[in-house]
Write a new protein. Structure first.
Length: 316
């Protein structure tokens, strides 16, 4: 397991943490290098502005570790997300140049998979929910753990293992939280499942609507396995990445009515958005305003937390 608190310090650690990276959003940039941002503000009003990709899709100190020195607090952003995004930018360029005929290596294919998985777990609501659960649950123990603690406890130690955990400094709790979040982002079985899928890139006709993206851009079925199980991501206004084990399903998409398919993709991306939707221009303003956030996606982090709570209640 990687430990993110070490003795390597940065003189100027970044505090602007992008959960929708600029390299990805730049594919929607117009002639002036700006994307059209549709932002939901207080009261539900939607405000439209042209933005440089690096000036949107971020939150200050989103991945900051609490309770540690300022020089070390931003290490999860620097050591995990920055490398993920750097490698994914190269993979995205391959998709643009070669589509599903790209000459993937194990490294480049894994880089793209890791990026898609990160988009499911790195948004502000995900991080806030995980942090709240982690600190509430950190001192929870079971009978077996308590028995092991009592077997080695000395007179000066806290009375219970739960008390011992609860007494740990905030920095220690945060370090283990980041390591747990890292393990979720590196979930081998899910990543391997996506890596082993057939990958396709659908290029849309000029007559079809342009693809939109948002702060919840990943489209996925409830199960990635089985008939029509899939994961998809708009990678530009005219390109859709989609992966599945179901070859018949993928071939059917290639033959489907592309205008209808793209409208459905846009519907899911816009209805699942929380704060931001992005487009090349304002041409689909009415579509966005009518659907913004109407059907929030089931969050993967919430499913993980619910499973762990259930396991705890059932003694698992």
């Amino acid at each position: 397991m990687i430990c993110y608190i070490d003795h390597m310090k940065s003189d100027n650690p970044p505090t602007k943490h992008h959960y929708i990276p600029a390299f990805y959003l730049s594919r929607w940039a117009g002639t002036l290098g700006k994307v059209t941002e549709f932002a939901k503000v207080h009261g539900g009003k939607i405000v439209t502005k042209p933005k440089m990709p690096e000036r949107t899709g971020y939150k200050e100190r989103l991945y900051e570790m609490q309770g540690v020195e300022p020089e070390l607090a931003q290490q999860f952003e620097e050591k995990y997300f920055k490398p993920i995004d750097t490698m994914a930018a190269d993979a995205l360029e391959m998709l643009y140049r070669h589509g599903h005929n790209a000459a993937w290596t194990a490294k480049s294919r894994t880089a793209w998979t890791r990026f898609m998985m990160s988009l499911l777990l790195r948004c502000p609501e995900d991080i806030d929910a995980f942090r709240e659960w982690w600190h509430d649950d950190f001192a929870s123990t079971d009978a077996e753990a308590e028995a092991r603690y009592q077997a080695t406890r000395t007179p000066g130690d806290p009375a219970t293992f739960s008390d011992y955990l609860d007494s740990q400094p905030l920095a220690v709790k945060e370090r283990y939280m980041i390591e747990m979040l890292n393990s979720l982002l590196e979930h081998d079985s899910v990543g391997t499942n996506i890596n082993n899928m057939e990958w396709r890139v659908l290029e849309t006709p000029a007559s079809a609507p342009r693809l939109l993206t948002s702060d919840r851009p990943v489209i996925r079925s409830n199960s990635l396995k089985g008939d029509q199980g899939h994961i998809a991501l708009p990678i530009g206004p005219r390109l859709l990445f989609i992966a599945s084990h179901d070859t018949c399903f993928l071939n059917g998409l290639l033959r489907a009515d592309q205008t209808r398919l793209l409208k459905e993709c846009n519907r899911q991306v816009v209805e699942g958005a929380v704060r931001f939707v992005y487009a090349v221009d304002e041409g689909q303003t009415r579509f966005i305003e009518n659907r913004f956030g109407l059907s929030p996606q089931p969050r993967l982090i919430e499913q993980i937390i619910d499973r762990r709570r259930s396991a705890r209640l059932n003694g698992g």
